[in-house]
Design a protein around this ligand. Structure first.
Ligand code: NAP
Length: 537
């Protein structure tokens, strides 16, 4: 046993048993370390455990999203759809937990309340809500970028007498909408998936939309046995491609600007993309749609016309067309007959930018011009994204400094994985790293962190952290990459903006918006140089 191992109960504590926490556990166990994963839920899966709302499914291709680290796992798991539903994804993640016997090192029903760094021992004290304390040398956060749900700050929310639920805290028992008057507040990726599903069975569905989003057809399809074998035979090439593309998806921008081709050519290309499955129209488009305003405006006009063609009532169609941001400058919700829902007699759109919600009442929702009665209210109101799940834990580093205070004006990190003043703490899928197709980022992120942990353990290093200068340089670099990107000119979770969280009505650059290969190359350089940037001792 090394000195390090004697000073704490565990070598590493991982907070969260979603995809990143699960893989981190697998890797650290391989190194022979004593690891404990603390998870608030009753099962593994993170995002796919919590988000059980009706219609929840992948917006990226199932086979590009799964873990790629185990050939065995790839060989034994068949996907039933190109874009799998949440129940299948959760079954898959439970299968991963079974296969690698992960649960024995995961403590469920364990929400972490605080994590304090102890300078005397170079260890972390991690306290759960029930008061129990764990000590470890390394603290690894696997808390997810979209895992702190936010309810709207509308007066009267707690007074509603019917059933109400946030999509990310959906009950484990099925909820029937048959014969029910249902309200959905929110029209992001979650709201869109919920609306199109609930509209199939609800007696009446009222959608409360504050800002419309640009949605695009998902075009999901089943995968037959033969097709699955073909997909499996192409796994090596598929994962290789994901490592080469800008954001790790199978879709990537074409090497041409919008105006390098004729009007007819670009219209034909957009028709083709609109008729193709998945994120192609967003991520496989011309390479300047998110930087060239004219290009973005022309593409937006193309998609607006699609909405006008699909929605019968043109007054409703106009309400569904975003006016304050261009196509793709917010995360594009993928849809299946979403726009056609509004042609159904049982679906009504209420534009709350015109007639705001004044309050939730015991029987329903009161806007500035009407009162609606409901049996069920669904809050698809999103998350305190990226830093929200960190803010909810009292994380204190050297001299008791709080991470939340340190990040008051936006995150400061080195490579998106470490922060000076918070020694021996590493983040998985934290701020300032390439998000994109998240499992691809997770695998790299976990492997990089595991190598760093191994290096520190092999060298019996007590304390590792980046230098303040490197944190400043990386933070400046991330900010400079965001300049000129139209996404950072729009209020959305991707710019840290949240109308329901105090202090978060400001836009910040909280995401690395360069290419994933560039980010990985930078991280690999640091590792190859023996982590010189990390102050080690
Ligand atoms: P979101 O994109 O932040 O959308 C939240 C919605 O709630 C917005 O329409 C917002 O309106 C509305 N809202 C919030 N507070 C409100 C209030 N007080 N009054 C009225 N409306 C309010 O959240 P999300 O839809 O949960 O999606 C978040 C992210 O999760 C997505 O962008 C995506 O990355 C991920 N996701 C992925 C999948 C998938 O891959 N399958 C599925 C779902 C979600 P404003 O726009 O006006 O603020």
């Amino acid at each position: 046993m090394t000195d390090l191992q004697q000073s704490a109960q565990y070598d590493a504590i991982v907070i969260g048993a979603g995809m990143s926490g699960m893989y981190q556990l697998y890797r650290l166990r391989e190194l022979g370390l004593r690891v404990k994963v603390l998870e608030a839920g009753t099962g593994v899966g993170g995002t796919w455990y919590w988000n059980r709302y009706p219609g929840a499914r992948f917006d990226s291709e199932s086979y590009s999203y799964q873990f790629s680290f185990s050939k065995d796992l790839l060989n034994e798991w068949d996907w039933s759809e190109h874009f799998s539903g949440q129940p299948e994804t959760l079954r898959y993640l439970n299968h991963v937990a079974d296969k690698f016997d992960l649960r024995k090192d995961i403590q469920f029903r364990s929400r972490v309340k605080s994590a304090y760094y102890q300078e005397a021992t170079n260890t972390w004290d991690v306290t759960l809500e029930d008061g129990s304390i764990f000590t470890s040398h390394f603290l690894i956060t696997a808390v997810g970028p979209l895992s702190a749900p936010t309810m709207p700050t509308i007066p009267g929310v707690e007074t509603f007498q019917g059933q109400s639920c946030h999509t990310a805290r959906w009950p484990h028992e099925p909820v029937s909408f048959e014969g029910k008057r249902v309200a959905v507040i929110g029209t992001g990726a979650t709201g869109v998936q919920t609306i199109q599903e609930v509209s199939k069975t609800a007696k009446h569905l009222t959608v409360f939309q504050r800002t419309p989003n640009w949605c695009a057809p998902l075009l999901n399809a089943k995968i037959g046995t033969e097709e699955m074998e073909k997909i499996r035979a192409g796994y090596d090439a598929l994962f290789q491609r994901c490592m080469e593309t800008f954001s790790c998806f199978i879709h990537t921008a074409v090497p041409r600007g919008t105006f390098e081709v004729t009007l007819e050519e670009r219209q034909a290309f957009w028709e083709e993309l609109y008729a193709s499955p998945g994120f192609g129209i967003w991520l496989g488009n011309f390479n300047d749609i998110l930087t060239n305003r004219e290009a973005n405006a022309e593409l937006s006009a193309f998609v607006a016309n699609k909405i006008r063609q699909r929605v019968k009532d043109q007054t409703v169609a106009e309400k569904l067309i975003p006016k304050n941001h261009g196509f793709g400058t917010r995360r594009v919700p993928m849809e299946t007959k979403y726009y056609e829902c509004y042609n159904q007699d049982n679906v009504k759109l209420v534009d709350i930018s015109e007639t705001p919600i004044e309050r939730i009442t015991p029987t329903g929702i009161k806007t500035s011009d009407a009162e609606y009665a409901f049996d069920i209210i669904i809050y698809a109101t999103g998350f305190d994204a990226i830093t929200g799940s960190f803010d909810r834990i009292d994380i204190r580093g050297v001299d008791g400094a709080r991470l939340k205070d340190r990040w008051k004006h936006g995150p400061e990190t080195y490579l998106g994985m470490t922060v000076d003043g918070f020694p021996n703490m590493m983040m998985l899928v934290g701020p300032h790293m390439a998000l994109g197709n998240i499992p691809r980022t997770i695998e790299f992120n976990v492997e990089w962190v595991s190598d760093l942990v191994k290096y520190a353990t092999d060298h019996n290093l007590q304390r590792i952290e980046p230098t303040p200068a490197d944190v400043q340089a990386w933070t400046d670099h991330v900010k400079s990459l965001g300049e000129g990107n139209l996404m950072f000119e729009v209020n959305s979770w991707m710019t840290g903006w949240n109308s329901n969280v105090e202090g978060k009505q400001v836009r910040i650059i909280n995401r690395y918006s360069g290419s994933a290969p560039d980010w990985r190359a930078k991280c690999n350089e640091v590792a190859a140089r023996g982590y010189q940037e990390m102050a080690v001792g």
